[in-house]
Design a protein around this ligand. Sequence first.
Ligand code: PMV
Length: 326
Amino acid sequence: MRLDNCAQEGWQSACAKVILTGEHAVVYGIKAVAAGIPNAIRARAVKSTIPSVVRIPAWGLALDFSGSRNNDTEDDRSASLVHQTFVLICRELGLVHDRFDLEIVPSIPHAAGLGASAAVAVASIRALSACFKLDLDDERVNAIAFECERLAHGTPSGIDNTLSTYGGVVSYQRSVTGEVTMQSVPLAADLSFVVGLTGKKGYTAQTVARVRAEREQETARYDAIFSEIADISEQVINILQSGDTGVLPTLLSRNQVCLRDLGVSCDEIEEILMLADGAGAEGGKLTGSGDGGAVLISAVNADPVHFALAENGYKSFEVQFPAAKT
Ligand code: PMV
């Protein structure tokens, strides 16, 4: 009921995302392919007379800005990061002395590799912009959300905030000097995936830092994996545009081998992939930073996959990306 009425009630929204290919490698300038999941996070701000409050009831988070956090928090680390993020957003928007009540309604879990933190930032910036009539354009929204991502994990590629702001199916590349090349990938055919949730939180900051530290020790091996991923991304871009997607599951599975070699898979991800395979799925990989989070599964027949995952205690849902209109 609330979600359906969002548009009329002044709610703002942001996309979550699935990364089809290229997570981690994208931090090192390799091209990634990702797709936005529309309306994954919604937010609405109203002016208030008491100290500002940010609430995400579905995640058990409620922060006030009188200097304290309440004890309704699910996870202290998330709470502290959300707090710092909102201090940054208020500073960037010039709202440090303004008071507001910001409610955030997610339809995705957090720390699941679906870009929730960037989407919270984008939806919140849009909600505050609407409430205080700041009239921010998407470029500015994206730039502030990138700063939030930097706070969250130091060296983000920018793919999460960009997908969250603009959505669509895109190839994304950020050079080591910071230039971003983002291109729309017009789908020749409808695309759908099952997303399986490990239920284990994946913490992007730690995983990205670990890959960085390990790459410093074994640069040649890591760079060889990244160059394999670059090749996979190019092939995926071509087949999405040609509509000849029969080989897509194999490419996703090849990307998973690379991610395993980077050390960012985990038992739950591997179990989900095994269950999906046993239920007839054609291929799949982790999506996002890994070490938990979500798994992207390509399956012509999705129902047996949902069933096999549910039977083993894993939640799943479907994401669909329609072919571009010609
Ligand atoms: O786990 P997520 O949804 O934050 O995705 C992170 C993607 C990485 O490539 C691992 C990091 C990045 O900044 O691109």
